[in-house]
Each structure stands twice: as C-alpha cells, then as structure tokens.
Design a protein around this ligand. Structure first.
Ligand code: GDP
Ligand code: MG
Length: 333
C-alpha cells in the first residue's frame, strides 16, 4: 500500500441501478429432527456487489440469475444448503430500491426489510473496489434496525479486483462498527474462501429441525425459475434498451405426454408500451427469436430434456403500478 493514505486513491465511481424484489419469508413444513441444526442467513447489499455470485458459490449450483447488469434478481431466491445434520437457508435479497414510487418499488423495499428480520446471521456484501456509496449507507442504516444480538458479517467481495481492499474494508466497517466479522473474499474466483465462510456459518447454527427437506436447494417453483431464466436472456439481448419495465410470466408448463417429446413452456413477456413490444420482437421477429433460442438452450441444460418454448410479448400498461399484475407475478403488494 502507498504510504500516503488517500492521496493516490482514485475510485472510479460507477454505480449499478437499483435491483428488484424479494419474496416474503414463509417457512416450510417443519419436521421433528433429532439433533439437527438449521438456521437462516440473509444476504444483503446493494445491487451488483456479488450477492448472487456468493450464493451460487455457496450452493455449488446456479440458482439466482447472474448477469453483468443489475435488475435481474426479481424475487428473493432462497438457496438451501444441507450437509449431514446441518442446514443453512439463504435469503438472497435484492439491494434497497432508492427513490422509486411505484407499488412495485414500495413492495420490494418492504420485502427487503422483512427479509432481514428473524435471521440467524446477516451477510452484508460490499464491493471492495469502491468506497461506500449512499446506497451502502442505506443498507447500514437498515442493519442498524436489527435486533442488536443478530450477528452481521461484513463480506468484502471482489478482493481479486480491488486496488485498496484494506482501506475499503475499514471504511465499510466504520458504517457498521458492531459487525461480528469483517472479511475479504472473491466470490467469483476463490471458492475455498467461500466454503470457509460457509463452515463458519454452520458452526453458528442453533439446534433446530430442518426447515426444508435435505435434498431441496431452492423453494422457487419451476415456473418462477424458468421465468427468471427467460427474463435474464431478454435482458442480455436487449442490452441497455429496456431497463426494468420487462416482466416474464410462465403461463403454461406441459410435461411431455410421451417419451421423446419436449416439455412445452409458454411464457408471456410483459412490456409497458407498444414501442417496447416492437423492440422485444425486433425486426422481422429477430430479437424475440434470439431471446427464445438462448432461454431455451439454458432451460434444456438445466432440465436435461428437450424444451419447446413459446414466447408472447404482451403490452400491460403500467404493470409496475398495477397491484393485480404484481400479484400475478408473485409479489404481494
Ligand atoms: P448482485 O447484484 O449483488 O447479486 O451481484 P451479482 O452476483 O449478480 O454480480 C454482479 C457482477 O459482479 C457480475 O458481473 C459478477 O460476475 C461480478 N462479481 C461477482 N463476484 C465477483 C468477484 O469476486 N470478483 C469480481 N471481479 N467480480 C465479481
Ligand atoms: Mg443478485
């Protein structure tokens, strides 16, 4: 590190936009467990810091969608990791949504707040490449409202790409001096560090029955999961063009009636304006074809089956302000 403290530090300021919603907490059926340990871990932090990457590395499978752009994690995807007699249940919350005033914005903010209450450990993920921003301060404020005995770990991520990791970490710690642990990791490039963190979480579990059957990794329905994959494909192909006015709903899922036939999945892509609809369809249908093709390929990889994917682009004016529409998407406005 340079001797001259802040002099040579140039942080490039480039914040991601806000991210989207978490499903509220609902506990599954509890079974009487003899001497099992189980607990909830909330993963909080502003968009793009690497929460989904961390969760996926913890679980060893792809659960939440990851793209280089924010705005893709639409719901709280809960990952579940069970090893022998111990079970961790992760809540992958989106970042706090600043300044929005639609019903969706408000619903999502409330869901984020709900997600950190009643958990055993909170992982606050921060990006060590940058000093804290206003959004980080918002998260710290939210953590300040936790019951004081809730352990909070400050997880400094992207240490692989950070120029001043120690300085950054201490700035983040100042925002939450009560943190029980402060650590630097690379969720993307150093799985061993993530597994060590997972072991630490395991050690903190209290005796409790499992919250989920041991062979389950996520409580998303297959329709929600597929909708996220399709939305992710749409966001990648549309680039900057349609920020977050796109939603996807799987309206039908037909398992093959006989061997060798594909799974038939029908999904609607919701947009807010006819102009957006034209963009999603593209010239001569080229865009929607590309979106469909890449989503289908992903679905087939994960399902190990052939998939026939039918996409329809539907204009739902102002769906983000429409409680009925939000309910259809699985939010609880
Ligand atoms: P989330 O919005 O907090 O869930 O963030 P994501 O997990 O979607 O990650 C956002 C971006 O940061 C993606 O482009 C990731 O590839 C990248 N990323 C995540 N973890 C790391 C890391 O440890 N190092 C680096 N260099 N990039 C990372
Ligand atoms: Mg995410």
């Amino acid at each position: 590190m340079e001797a001259d403290e802040n002099e040579n530090i140039s942080w490039d300021e480039e914040e991601g936009a806000e991210e989207r919603g978490a499903a509220p907490f609902e506990l599954g059926d509890q079974e009487a467990g003899a001497s099992t340990r189980s607990g909830f871990v909330a993963i909080v932090g502003k968009p793009n810091v690497g929460k989904s990457t961390l969760l996926n590395t913890m679980l060893g499978v792809k659960v939440a969608p990851i793209t280089p752009k924010p705005q893709t994690t639409r719901r709280g995807v809960r990952g579940i990791y069970t090893q022998d007699d111990r079970q961790l249940v992760f809540v992958d919350t989106p970042g706090l949504h600043r300044g929005g005033d639609t019903v969706l914005d408000q619903t999502m903010n409330r869901e984020v707040r709900d997600a950190v209450v009643d958990v055993d450990v909170v992982l606050w993920v921060v990006d060590l490449r940058r000093p804290p921003s206003d959004e980080d301060k918002d998260v710290a404020r939210l953590l300040g409202a936790l019951p004081p005995d809730t352990p909070v770990f400050i997880v400094g991520n992207k240490v692989d790409a950070a120029k001043y990791p120690d300085e950054a970490l201490s700035l983040y710690s100042e925002l939450y001096p009560r943190a029980e642990r402060v650590l630097a990791i690379s969720a993307m490039n150093d799985p061993q560090a993530v597994y060590a963190l997972r072991d630490d979480l395991f050690d903190r579990l209290k005796e409790s029955p499992f919250f989920f059957p041991p062979d389950i990794r996520s409580d998303q329905s297959r329709e929600q999961w597929a909708a996220e994959l399709i939305r992710e494909a749409a966001m990648i192909h549309l680039r900057e063009e349609l920020p977050y006015s796109v939603a996807v709903q799987v309206v039908e899922w037909q398992d093959p009636v006989e061997e060798g036939r594909p799974i038939v999945i029908t999904a609607e892509i919701w947009v807010e304006k006819p102009g957006h609809r034209r963009m999603v369809i593209g010239a001569g249908g080229a865009m929607i074809k590309e979106i469909g093709r890449s989503a289908r390929k992903q679905l087939e990889v994960f399902l190990h089956e052939r998939v026939f994917l039918e996409l329809e682009v539907v204009v739902r004016r102002d769906w983000r302000r429409d409680k009925e529409a939000l309910r259809e998407l699985g939010y609880e406005p």
